[in-house]
Design a protein around this ligand. Sequence first.
Ligand SMILES: NC(=O)c1ccc[n+]([C@@H]2O[C@H](COP(=O)([O-])OP(=O)(O)OC[C@H]3O[C@@H](n4cnc5c(N)ncnc54)[C@H](OP(=O)(O)O)[C@@H]3O)[C@@H](O)[C@H]2O)c1
Length: 263
Amino acid sequence: MARLGSAESANKRVCVITGSSSGIGAATAVLYAQQGWDVCVNFSRDAARAEGVAEECRGHGARVLVAPADVAQDEQCTALAAAVTGHFGRCDVLVNSAGTTKFVDLADLEGLSAADFQRIYAVNVIGAYQMIRALVPLLRLNPGAGIVNVSSIAALLGGGSSLAYIASKGALNALTVGLARALGPDIRVNAVAPGMVDSPWLRNGLGVDGFATRRQSYERESALASIVTPVDVAQTIYWLGAGAAKTTGEVHVVDGGRRVGRA
Ligand SMILES: NC(=O)c1ccc[n+]([C@@H]2O[C@H](COP(=O)([O-])OP(=O)(O)OC[C@H]3O[C@@H](n4cnc5c(N)ncnc54)[C@H](OP(=O)(O)O)[C@@H]3O)[C@@H](O)[C@H]2O)c1
């Protein structure tokens, strides 16, 4: 793809993706870059991994800002927004993909402490809120601006890595609807709810054997007999962020038909 000159690149739309050094966030950054956008790649720990994603995006002609920030820390969210303003001077889409969990069997009520809940909420719910609050002034400048929160079918099925995680994604869905009302008509706010995704998240969380076993049962129970790839999710995020002009306050499921089930 030919690179744009400086006047053209100044007009390119910008997408900020939290948690984009890996998995769904990384696939989303690359897809936006492929579609001609500039992107901000965010991470909280692994700078080298983020730089690898940034290089891939640059290969598609994107200008890239690599910005470290723990979204649970409000001052780091405002610093990230200031960096985006300084670097690009605009933001058209914010994708909140940063997330965390603790893997605890749902029946093990003693396995989750208040501190676990607070840590998971701090990233999955409050982190998304803080990023939105920090970037709303910049988003408002662009008609058709969009926010996409990465939720999970865990909130819809009541199943997932832990009760704290399930509850946090339920809260994120409710936040999505409330913010859609609050930020309309200027900004659309939607969520995507992936099913089982083939990313480091579950491979690390479940281990090799656990991942393979879960994958088998997921495929058996899903209408499309398939788990989901980060690119599958990124494609829906792209549509919700860059298109979907009349859609707001929705939670869009991408789960290979797991919720529908199999006859
Ligand atoms: N994988 C699944 O099956 C699945 C299913 C449904 C929903 N989801 C949701 O999808 C989202 C992304 O998951 P994934 O599968 O892409 O996981 P992943 O491959 O493990 O990526 C997680 C990303 O989040 C970043 N991150 C974690 N904590 C952060 C924080 N406090 N501040 C900023 N960045 C942070 C990580 O970067 P650092 O390591 O550098 O911090 C990494 O870039 C999550 O919200 C998750 O709940 C995943």
